[in-house]
Unconditional design. Structure first.
Lengths: 301, 311
């Protein structure tokens, strides 16, 4: 099918069109119908306006906050100062980074072995195993959080970082295996076969040939797992209680601004904006990887 | 042993196959053991906890009560109202996400200046914390400072003085909206991936046959997109049935927005009812698993066929 497309592209480029050959047009959709433009703008507005309002709210304080101005008349960074003066905010950031990095690393190490075997090696009941692994990602987190709450309180892991990392692996590991399996499948088989011909064992072929080639796939998987662990809320809120172990989502949900004179919504908005900036940068930088990872398992089967 | 000898030996000898299978087991085993420890063991313990009643006054004191906790839950209004509210949320949010996500995918599949920008913008809500998405929509609907309420009031339209998160139907609507905003992009990307593998020839043939854009979409594009849309529907439904973050931040489960997970959490953490909370967790688990089995039963073949086709 790709050859057909390539032919079409070649034909389009060689054809007698006057347009610059930089971007060949597809199916004459160069100029959008005004109605389509309206939809494009509507989608952009739907994506952006709520962000704008969050930032807008974070820049207002005092009377201006309740006045409902579309543009803050006297923008102030007071809310951001409240966040920066709150030590819990930085503690939460530290906790989130530790939890997300450790969970992602552990999941990736375990998953890279499992995913390779599931993608490439001969194995009994492979389909059943993959289904089983995928089904774990649909478990409701409350079914893990409830027993963990009881176990951890008995053995003293309640309200600790390690006590949060372990149950987070429940969901990070299958997600990593599932995504990595579809990436390993894309690596051409010929590469391993030539390694076998050179006398390599399957494991050596995995370590020396496949793993280095899979670095982009590993990076994509790491980003997806990191975002999902960073975002996870139910386990985090059930298994922590003090600022020393609360990660960012829980800290923000319980953020009260520390100032009794202002409505806390201003400071909460400021904290939300601050925490969103790194993620926005991550999305801008890794856009292609994220899209590839999200759709990898879906399209390639 | 030289490499030529090895090559001659290689074609599927029995010993080689067995070595490969053994390696496969060794590579999968660590993950399976870890998953058993962090998934199966806790759920098993949750079942055990749910069959007991615990003293609120004295820690560690418990007695076996059989299925009493389940019977209590199933005969209570709280469980069934959380059950109904969760499915209402799932039905509303997933259907809106599928429609909006497909529309977004069709737009993103067109070639126009600004497409890259649109794709980035669309992806942004997906990457932010669900909790932040909840807070964002809280600022939109706040009675005094919200954009929606302010605009409605400014235009003199009804709705400006509604306390959106304080009333039953409206609170659910805001939660659905927050979910659609955050996850329609995910549907869009899945559907877009499906759109991009439809060969152009199909459209050309339709055009030659004099099919209009709309009939082409209904009769050709949509059926070819079905596997991608079904897959998106499954992913989204599974997520929607587990909804927790949005009601937690926006309403704490009040005003007709208590989800199954919320209810179990409240019993467990706020009311310290370990047995009852565990029973509700297991009921939530069984409900979600039942839905996933139904989905796979009815749509599994569809997906498998699509996967094979594309390999």
């Amino acid at each position: 099918m790709s050859t057909v497309l390539d032919e079409r592209r070649a034909a389009a480029q060689a054809g007698p069109r006057q347009r610059p050959a930089r971007k060949p047009l597809r199916r004459g959709e160069s100029r959008l119908h005004p109605v389509t433009w309206f939809f494009v703008l509507a989608v952009m507005a739907f994506s952006l306006v709520p962000f704008y309002w969050l930032i807008n709210t974070s820049l207002k304080a005092g009377e201006s906050l309740g006045a409902g101005e579309l543009f803050p008349s006297r923008p102030t960074l007071d809310n951001y100062l409240v966040v920066f003066r709150n030590p819990d905010f930085f503690l939460a950031l530290r906790n989130s980074v530790i939890i997300a990095v450790v969970t992602t690393a552990v999941a990736l190490v375990f998953a890279s072995f499992a995913a390779y075997a599931l993608a490439r090696l001969k194995m009994r009941r492979k389909a059943l195993l993959l289904t089983l692994i995928l089904s774990v990602t649909t478990f409701p987190a409350i079914a893990i959080a409830a027993p963990m709450f009881s176990i951890w309180r008995e053995i003293g892991l309640y309200d600790t970082l390690i006590g949060l990392i372990i149950p987070k692996l429940t969901f990070a590991l299958p997600l990593a295996i599932y995504t990595l399996t579809s990436f390993f499948r894309e690596i051409p088989r010929e590469l391993e076969e030539s390694a076998y011909i050179d006398g390599a064992s399957p494991f050596l072929a995995f370590r020396k040939v496949i793993l280095p080639l899979a670095v982009p796939g590993l990076a994509t998987t790491a980003i997806l797992v990191f975002i999902s662990v960073w975002n996870e809320f139910l386990l985090a809120v059930t298994l922590t209680t003090s600022p020393e172990s609360r990660p960012v989502p829980v800290a923000i949900a319980f953020f009260n601004g520390t100032s009794e004179y202002d409505q806390p919504i201003g400071a909460i908005s400021a904290a939300s904006v601050l925490i969103t900036i790194p993620l926005v940068i991550l999305v801008l930088v890794c856009q292609k990887r994220i899209v590839a990872g999200m759709t990898a398992g879906a399209v390639k089967g | 042993m030289t490499s030529t000898q090895k090559l001659a030996e290689r074609p599927r000898t029995f010993g080689y196959d067995r070595a490969e299978r053994r390696l496969a087991v060794r590579m999968v085993a660590p993950s399976l053991i870890l998953m058993f420890l962090v998934a199966a063991v806790p759920i098993g313990y949750a079942i055990w906890l749910s069959l007991h009643q615990y003293s609120v006054r004295q820690a560690g004191l418990s007695r076996f009560v059989g299925l009493d906790n389940y019977l209590d839950a199933l005969s209570s209004g709280a469980w069934w109202s959380a059950f109904g509210q969760t499915f209402t949320f799932a039905a509303a949010s997933v259907s809106l996400e599928l429609v909006l996500g497909t529309a977004m995918a069709l737009l993103l599949n067109m070639t126009f200046r600004g497409r890259g920008l649109l794709r980035t913008l669309v992806l942004l809500p997906y990457a932010i914390l669900t909790v932040v998405s909840a807070i964002t929509w809280q600022t939109m609907f706040e009675p005094t400072l919200g954009l929606v309420t302010t605009v409605l009031r400014g235009l003199g339209l009804p709705g400006g003085d509604i306390v959106w998160l304080g009333e039953s139907g409206y609170a659910m609507a805001v939660i659905v909206l927050a979910d659609v905003w955050k996850t329609a992009p995910f549907v869009a990307l899945l559907v877009l991936a499906g759109l991009q593998v439809i060969p152009d020839e199909v459209y050309e043939a339709a055009e030659l046959d004099g099919s209009t854009k709309w009939t082409t979409f209904i009769n050709i594009t949509l059926p070819l997109l079905k596997p991608a849309i079904v897959l998106a529907a499954i992913f989204r439904t599974m997520d929607a049935l587990r909804v927790f973050d949005l009601p937690f931040v926006l309403t704490r489960g009040a005003n007709g927005t208590e989800s199954m997970s919320m209810l179990a959490y409240t019993e467990l953490r706020e009311n310290r009812l370990v047995g009852e909370g565990s029973a509700l967790s297991i009921l939530t688990f069984l409900t979600v698993m039942a839905v996933s089995v139904i989905y796979i039963r009815f749509a599994g073949g569809n997906i498998r066929a699509a996967a094979q086709e594309k390999q």
